[in-house]
Ligand binder design. Sequence first.
Ligand SMILES: [Zn+2]
Length: 343
Amino acid sequence: MPAVVHNFADIDFDLPGKHHYQVAFHLDGSWGYSLVPLTVINGTRGANANGVLCFGGTHGNEYEGQVSLKRLGTDLDPDQMAGRLVLMPQLSESACVANTRTSPLDGVNMNRAFPGNPRGTVSSRIANFVKTRIFPLGRIVIDIHSGGMEGAFPYCTSFHPIADPAQRAEIAKVSQLFDTGFVLIYSSAMASGLLSDEAEAEGKVTIGSELGAGASTDRLGVRHAYDGVKNVLRHYGLLDGQMVKIRPAGSVPTRLIKADKLDAYVPAPANGVWEPVVHPGQAVEKGELLGRLHDFSDHSSQGLNILAPRAGFVAMLHLGARPLKGQTLFVIAENVEWTEVTG
Ligand SMILES: [Zn+2]
């Protein structure tokens, strides 16, 4: 079993080779710890200025990142690598164990907990560990998500609108290395305290993603995550070899879409039973039927038709059949030319 680390200073992040740890964060309500898995690989083929930092299980019921990063931690050989790779496959460890989005220990959503607080609750202390101990180790940050029980997305990597042109262009380049059908530019205004917010603000090349849904382990989502991270390692010279295509030969080029303003995130107008008639990633016209909300208090009533307010691509659909009024029902994203972000 990996060593349990109580004092962060006991981790030698420069030690050559591959090292697995369980970082102990004490519980707030009882004697014990959240033991957060950490793997540090320092390649023996020399230094590399582009350390890569990968996170899974930021939301506990999203498994593609957990599985792919665990496998990378066992599969990668430091003698075939240069530079440093840090893997944290179950960042919100207590949520991962509980199969929940947020931590059952403190009710905190890890992806709203940044930059964290060294004297806060357990999720806040883990976030602060990432901010103060892990972020300084690299300039490439990858946070692997999937829709959990919230939403269904087309396979996509993602980033926020980025003001700095050089940072934006590099992020846009790296976002395509996961060979997903879509790259989504998403709004910064939906929420704050994201891991990606913090990394972007530090100027890092920051990649988010949505690679599955329904608290399952999506087979293709795991491939995008696993081979995508390896492509990133190859791109920056941490690993030798050619880039790997993940989608079938002949697939259309990765499409860039944006939902960078809040009006793209449409809330359910009422409680109901949701019957979508489009699928994630589908192109829709303005006014096209997206689905119906059914009210079973009167089963003779027509369903409420939900229409697309604009043309674009379905970037997210509410996953469960029972949206509540105010929950995001769908997102329609607009097509963007790559040259708009790459310059
Ligand atoms: Zn998530």
